[in-house]
Design a binder for this molecule. Structure first.
Ligand SMILES: *Cc1c(COP(=O)(O)O)cnc(C)c1O
Length: 431
């Protein structure tokens, strides 16, 4: 399987190159040349299969032959070693809970799979890799946890000082010695700017292999296709078309869903649900994509005004607006509506949702009001990660399943100025 650069489709690279580079020199994202469709029998047999088995079958076509089957099996069973249950709320509304991984965010799936693939690459090429990532919260924790102790890989995480939650900072500071958490004296945009500068720095990239752990990296995005299959495998007696609502920010999760449907997954419509960072729902309404600066909301992992994976979504439909409209509906919501939805979920179904998942519920409800369907919304974070918002909406005090027990390992951690030269110096010395 080869991967092409969206900004220059004649440029094709191997799986290893696409994963190690994350983006091309002209900042184009990589996509697989073809997406194979599964035969009918796959969907019948899927029901008798467990999550790791489905994960192996779904990811294999895009990983083979670069990674041998035995290793794909190990990578997938290690990445998806926690359950992803589908809960039924009423006759035709389901919630797919993606937050039962080690850091209670759906980003565990992608981060763990990427760590497995990069671990395989470092071993087979006998090269060392530096992973660089900027985080406003959940990405950093999932990446630190997934890469903790991985041989031949160092991870450098930039986060804005004073802007991440206590739990999130804890996950960054107590991972492992191969993880460096840099607390930047700046905001998230400053972190992102420094990371982009580092990826564009030719001299640095000749010295070390610098890889991104954001969803611009195909190996972080693609494993998320797996749970869309697993959701349908858990359903019985589907009597109306299935629609899936995805709470979206950078649109990696939704792109993975669209890839699953190219592979033949019988979903009639995907729903792009966002907060007021609504460039994609507005695109679906008007046909014009107008990125905007990010606005702060209570579903802060979705505060993205210029989603990086939008180009990938377009490429899946050959840039054809009418095709995209057929596959996707879009809705956006305010913080007040989000709190109200959390309240409603609790009153109606005794279900406690975090703000991101509540946005997905709202999108599903809006869609189903006009089209009778069987609906699934994705729950992307454990409600215990957002205790204040949950208490405000429901009156219930929630906590995470385990308290902060004595950490075994510590990351390297320090404060740094918003200064590229400093970061460059540090990255040059990682290996
Ligand atoms: C990252 C994140 C999202 C958005 O996912 P994208 O793939 O960037 O669209 C939604 N919810 C939570 C809890 C997240 O951490």
């Amino acid at each position: 399987m080869l991967y092409y650069n969206i900004n220059n489709p004649v440029e094709k690279v191997s799986l290893f190159s696409a994963v190690m580079r994350s983006v091309s020199e002209n900042t184009g994202l990589y996509m697989p040349e073809t997406i194979p469709c599964f035969p009918e029998s796959f969907f019948r047999e899927m029901r008798d299969n467990e999550l790791p088995g489905i994960a192996y079958q779904v990811t294999r076509p895009l990983m083979t032959p670069d990674i041998p089957d035995e290793s794909i099996k190990l990578i997938t069973s290690d990445a998806l070693n926690f359950d992803i249950p589908l809960e039924r709320l009423d006759e035709n509304i389901y919630v797919l809970e993606l937050f039962h991984g080690p850091t209670y965010a759906f980003k565990d799936v992608g981060a763990r799979f990427l760590a497995g693939v990069l671990g395989y690459i470092t071993q087979s090429l006998n090269r060392k890799i530096t992973v660089l990532v900027a985080t406003s919260g959940d990405t950093g924790g999932a990446v630190a946890n997934a890469f903790a102790g991985k041989e031949g890989i160092k991870v450098v995480i930039l986060y804005p000082s004073g802007r991440v939650s206590r739990v999130q900072e804890f996950q960054l500071k107590y991972a492992a010695p191969n993880i460096t958490a840099i607390e930047l004296e700046g905001d998230f945009d400053d972190c992102q700017r420094l990371v982009r500068t580092a990826f564009a720095d030719r001299e640095l990239n000749e010295k070390i292999i610098l890889t991104s752990a954001n969803s611009i990296n195909f190996a972080r995005l693609f494993p998320q296709s797996v749970y869309y299959f697993y959701a349908l495998a858990q359903m019985e007696n589907i009597t109306s078309p299935v629609v899936i609502s995805v709470p979206s920010g950078n649109f990696g999760n939704l792109t993975a869903g669209l890839i699953a449907s190219k592979m033949g997954l019988p979903v009639s419509r995907f729903i792009a649900s966002t907060n007021i960072n609504n460039s994609v729902p507005l695109y679906l309404e008007t046909g014009k994509f107008v990125p905007h600066p990010s606005y702060h909301t209570i579903s802060n992992a979705m505060d993205v005004g210029n989603p990086g994976n939008f180009q990938r979504m377009l490429s899946l439909f050959g840039n054809d607006y009418s095709q995209i409209k057929k596959a996707l509906a879009g809705y956006w919501f305010t913080d007040e509506q989000t709190i109200e939805a959390m309240h409603e979920l609790y009153e109606k179904y005794s279900y406690i949702a975090d703000p991101h998942s509540a946005v997905a519920y709202l999108g599903l409800k809006s869609y189903m009001a006009g089209a009778p369907s069987t609906g699934i919304f994705l729950a992307t974070a454990h409600p215990g990660k957002f205790p204040e918002e949950v208490e405000k909406a429901t009156g219930v005090k929630v906590t995470l399943p385990v308290s902060d027990s004595e950490p075994v390992w510590k990351s390297e951690h320090f404060k740094a100025p918003d200064d590229y030269n400093f970061l460059r110096e540090f990255l040059s010395s990682t290996f």
